[in-house]
Design a protein around this ligand. Sequence first.
Ligand code: ADP
Ligand code: MG
Length: 217
Amino acid sequence: MLSIEKLSKVFQGPKEIIRALDGISLSVEVNEFVVIQGPSGSGKTTLLLSAGGLLAPSDGNIIIDNQNPYQMSSDNRARFRASNIGFVFQQFYLVPYLSVLENVLVPSLAISQPNLRERAEKLISHFNLTDRISHVPGELSTGERQRTAMARALLNNPKLLLADEPVGNLDNENADIVLCALKEFADSDGAVLMVTHGDRAEKYAHKTIQLKNGKLL
Ligand code: ADP
Ligand code: MG
């Protein structure tokens, strides 16, 4: 589903060049939940954004479902992302003035599919948020915010889920709900790549790989 080939990313810092990723190769197959674990600054976010078509590599290729998003026009790439990839981030990125239901429906602005409202309500129920469906993010607990973000990530029926520290801000109970949902998604013909500094995901993942200084160990 996802193939990362000799991916490198360099940033121009104020003085010197920063080599955030250095020749990373990795693949995530259908039905696989892969976790990349590494300390702060090891390149996790850079890897995830590059893998998701959000940050062009300096070198190497990203192939998602046999297509290279960086060879598309930016409009096509945005559409490709919206219909194929779900993103979950540590900071949730919910829209503060929209309700839970409206936040979950945000991806439907990018591509329209039938029965989205019904699907959104099902996902909201799956993540035990039905009682909170009209609340705005400021009225939710941290765990409820991340469960809303999970429902949003799944709305468009993505093939690939990319998660950046999705449980970094959560208590153990909510962390396990989110990790279980990621595993469940992988097990039902999805593919998941998650990056994290913690080790909680290890028992859910099919494969855990260490990242250090932009290199896989
Ligand atoms: P992690 O997510 O593992 O903490 P990041 O991928 O955010 O690591 O960062 C890896 C390295 O790249 C760090 O040294 C960071 O300072 C640097 N970096 C990340 N993004 C940028 C950027 N936009 N410009 C310059 N340096 C960056
Ligand atoms: Mg990071």
